[in-house]
Unconditional design. Structure first.
Length: 138
């Protein structure tokens, strides 16, 4: 079999098939204030018949970290200093609470420890502006 015949886009032998498909990890483009902001809105199952619960939780955390890293690499619009993230985490969409992006992993661990079957995560990337400090030298 030639390398070009392999379908490597959706399959990697090192990652579990639970979250490898783009359908399981949706992103969409939203217009806010004239600039594009991407969001990730997903209900992640915390149990899987094929995987150990600890590995499922680690995969969820890995997917969230990859998403945030990918969004931070995107080109900034004119006049924007950084990408900011508005996050909500909870057992369901209706009960999700606002969290800082650094608190998402801890919230996932808390949801897994509480014995819930799924965790809802919403991350909205928005343009951020620095409030103070020295102006940039040009």
């Amino acid at each position: 079999m030639l390398v070009s015949d392999r379908k490597t886009a959706d399959y990697s032998p090192l990652t579990p098939k639970l979250f490898t498909s783009r359908k399981n990890f949706p992103t969409r483009q939203i217009r806010r204030g004239g600039t594009q902001a991407a969001s990730m809105k997903k209900q992640f199952p915390l149990t899987s018949p094929d995987h150990q619960p600890a590995r499922v939780v680690e995969q969820i955390k890995s997917d969230v970290r990859k998403y945030v890293k990918r969004e931070r690499k995107k080109k900034l619009p004119e006049g924007v200093d950084f990408w900011d993230f508005n996050c909500r985490v909870g057992q369901a969409e209706a009960t999700a609470e606002k969290k800082h992006v650094e608190e998402i992993v801890k919230a996932i661990d808390e949801a897994a420890a509480s014995g819930s079957e799924a965790v809802f995560i919403e991350i909205l990337a928005t343009p951020g502006h620095r409030l103070g400090g020295k102006p940039k030298a040009e």
